[in-house]
Design a protein around this ligand. Structure first.
Ligand code: SF4
Ligand code: SF4
Length: 164
């Protein structure tokens, strides 16, 4: 996720430095923290290795202005409407149809972040497991159990409309 940002967040970084990759911000952020000696970065191509080397072989910690860019990006990320599910699973054990509620919301949040409906539909087809959102019988058990007071029934209706 740090390397493949939601578009509005990526735009904040691109505006600040069009040449810098999203990954470079993440790696430099970590490397700028006090007492960090080594940063491990997963790389799956030569291009990613060259990108990492381009800013780490002559490493410069983040400047104050760059930290502000990161704060702006954080605010942008928070402003994207998402389902505030913490995946605590209090809702699911009592569901009469065995709905995997937090797993369904995870996929829906992916859609809300990236806007890629085809990818989200594909994820939805296998990742949550259990019945589809449209199988909800609206008994209300889950809403009574949710510490976040989420309107789970109507959220599931949205999921069914969007991803089924
Ligand atoms: S309202 Fe729907 S999702 Fe919630 S417990 Fe009842 S059947 Fe399950
Ligand atoms: S109880 Fe609420 S917050 Fe917890 S997993 Fe279920 S929907 Fe998410």
């Amino acid at each position: 996720m740090l390397a493949n940002l939601p578009k509005p967040v990526e735009e904040v970084f691109k505006e600040a430095d069009p040449a810098a990759s999203p990954a470079s911000w993440a790696v430099r952020y970590v490397a700028s923290l006090p007492n960090v000696m080594i940063v491990l970065s997963g790389m799956s191509s030569e291009a990613q290795m060259l990108d990492n080397l381009s800013y780490m072989k002559d490493f410069k910690p983040l400047t104050e202005a760059e930290r502000e860019v990161i704060s702006k990006a954080q605010a942008k990320l928070k402003s994207i409407d998402q389902i505030g599910c913490t995946a605590c699973h209090y809702c699911s054990p009592g569901c009469p149809v065995g709905m995997h509620i937090p797993e369904i919301f995870y996929v829906m949040n992916f859609y809300k972040l990236y806007g890629d409906v085809e990818r989200a539909k594909l994820d939805y087809s296998f990742r949550p497991g259990g019945p589809k959102a449209s199988a909800c019988v609206k008994c209300g058990q889950c809403e009574g159990a949710c510490p976040q007071h989420l309107p789970i029934i109507s959220l599931l209706e949205d999921v069914a409309k969007t991803l089924e």
